[in-house]
Design a protein. Sequence first.
Length: 353
Amino acid sequence: MSIFDVHLGLAGGLAYDDNISLSSSNRQEDYIGTMTGNILAVADDRVDGVGSMLSLQYQPTGQLFYRYTSNDSFDQYADLNALWAMPKLTLGVEQQFREYSSAVVEAGRRARQDDYNTQLTLHYKFSDKTSLDVDPRLTISQGGGLIGSTEYAVDSFLNWSPTAKVTGGVGGTFGYVDVQQSPSQKYERALARVIYGATAKLDFTAAVGGEWRQYDSGPSTTLAPVFGASGVYRPTDYTTLTVEGHRREVPSLVLTAQDYVSTGVSGEIRQRVWEYFFISVTGGYDDRDYRPAAVGVVAPRHDNYYYGRGAVGANFLHNWTILVYAQHQQDDSNLTTQDFKDNQLGFATSWSY
């Protein structure tokens, strides 16, 4: 008998897209078919939170374009996750890899991208109320014609749980970013964090603080607020509300020696209707304010990105889903060459076991 529980999945869809590259001037419309397979193997022998867990996941995806067949692609996603939990100490490692082709909002064109993410976790429990988290991570982003980067960082928090439902923490992050074609950067963040998991109806996590960023060849050290928050609220068995907000600085994918500060919010309302059917509405906004990362660089660009999506679907037999959706997205930039609008109509279905 295998020690792994194996779960299989298959998904597919067909969509009409009136601007497949998110271009401001060369709009190309096409029909896109997708097919995704999924295999997940999990071995979990934890009892009362103590033991080990190993999971392996692989998702291949094929994209086929009806008119512009040069955009056809074979994409891949893989994830390895291992966890060793002892009474006081928990160690973990996760390795993700993603190779995919998509339209890049900032670039206004399609590109092939590779992402590698390595995450180590260390959680030590001093007592029933106090604990320590230390999480080193490595993120590598590469893309055809895009500016790649490698980020090394360590997130650390000292936690205190006054109740079983609330965990507060203070800590921060130390990071170093090696950017292609641009000066490297270092940053330090001081953060306060709260994790609230009261009942099955509400989960909420938020971290807020300040970031000091230094550029190897650029402006003087900057100090700016940063935050990240996410939550899920289920007021009834039929309704789910999901929200997310953030403010962070990231290197530009297309502009040499420039970063942008991304400040945004997104959310989804999902309402089940009768027994099998559901309606969902999703939307988001992101303000992108560019700034120089090297001496002598001018960064005039400022973008406002919006998106909205409505969907009607049904769940059958707990493992088969069908979905019809309509989506609109646009980027309003002070540089007219970066403006775009895009609309999609599609059908998707998925099955899992």
